[in-house]
Design a protein around this ligand. Structure first.
Ligand code: FE2
Ligand code: FE2
Length: 331
């Protein structure tokens, strides 16, 4: 049987448990938080006072913090790119027989994710510190530009990517939450903490899918993991640009801001890799082909190798001035 057919068979096998995945890893619509729970209620007569307080507290947040929060928001706002990519993965089908179990998973995951950009966008708008038009231009560019995460339509590679990425977004939203708290912004801290909680559940789901694939197709799963780590996990916003820029031009500067304030660093990348290796018990997987054994050896050595390289990384001290943030308004 061809590699592609085996993958389809494995996807069909896992699909039998879709309802339990949705039940265990996602929260029913009626029970989950919504952006409005965290924002001043515009129907309430205290709205203006609440808003004034939100804006007062926002005045203390520093420049790199805003850059990172905006970049994170734009990344979340490009959700149409991610949903359409996942719908196109082998084994996911939204058409035949009203859509299969995997398309249900993707839709329900998207429904949860959609709240993240919604909440952050409204917060940025209300804060009064941001050039929203520039942010919106970047978001539209990013959706137009799409992305290429190097996974092809392969479910194994895609689930490695999503396992990694959900954990990376957990780390980054969680750190933003901690920094907001240090600056006394309890509301923003809570918002980002709740978003981080969603990302962690999603990480658990995708890494469980990989776990189950390791049980039935270990060699191919190992090779897919190696493939993804060899070419490195690119961030979903790697094509980020500001108005008037070329594709991807703003990404590195955004990423420098994130490194400078410790929201997401090269060390975090290595840490996430270690966590995945532990979670999937890569050292204990049996029945591998000799090629997959070699892939395992490569993966086991990779975190230390990458840690040595990341020690040598130098991050510029000066912030790039983004059009998204009006410097006169920020400390
Ligand atoms: Fe998200
Ligand atoms: Fe996510």
């Amino acid at each position: 049987m061809s590699i592609k057919n085996v993958r389809l068979e494995v996807m069909q096998f896992l699909e039998k448990n879709i309802d339990s995945f949705v039940e265990n890893y996602l929260i029913p619509v009626e029970n989950i938080w919504q952006p409005s729970d965290l924002l001043p209620d515009s129907q309430n007569e205290n709205f203006y006072e609440d808003l004034k307080e939100l804006r007062e507290i926002a005045k203390d947040l520093p420049y790199d913090f805003w850059v990172v929060l905006i970049g994170d928001t734009i990344t979340e706002e490009a959700l149409p790119t991610y949903e359409s990519w996942l719908m196109d993965v082998e084994g996911v089908n939204q058409v035949e027989n009203g859509g299969n179990g995997w398309s249900k998973w993707v839709r329900n995951w998207t429904g949860e994710e959609n709240r993240h950009g919604d909440l952050l966008n409204k917060y940025l708008y209300l804060s009064g510190r941001i050039n929203m038009r520039e942010v919106e231009i970047t978001t539209q560019h990013l959706i137009n530009d799409g992305f290429d995460i190097g996974t092809d339509r392969d479910p194994y590679k895609n689930f490695v990517y999503t396992s990694f990425q959900e954990l990376a977004t957990y780390v980054s939203h969680n750190r933003v939450s901690q920094i907001a708290k240090q600056y006394g912004d309890k509301r923003l801290s809570k918002m980002c903490k709740l978003i981080a909680g969603d990302e962690m559940r999603h990480h658990h789901a995708y890494s469980e899918f990989v776990n189950r694939i390791f049980q039935v197709d270990p060699s191919e799963m190992m090779l897919a993991f190696q493939y993804m780590m060899k070419q490195k996990i690119v961030m979903p916003a790697h094509f980020l640009r500001e108005s008037g820029q070329k594709i991807g031009e703003a990404f590195e500067q955004f990423s420098d801001s994130a490194q400078r304030i410790g929201v997401y660093t090269a060390n975090d990348y290595v840490d996430i890799l270690r966590k995945l290796i532990d979670k999937w018990q890569i050292d204990k997987i049996n029945g591998l082909t000799s090629e997959a054994e070699k892939a395992r050896d490569y993966l086991m050595k990779l975190p230390d190798r990458m840690a040595r390289i990341s020690e040598r990384l130098v991050i510029p001290e000066e912030s790039h001035i983004f059009k998204w943030v009006t410097p006169a308004l920020i400390k």
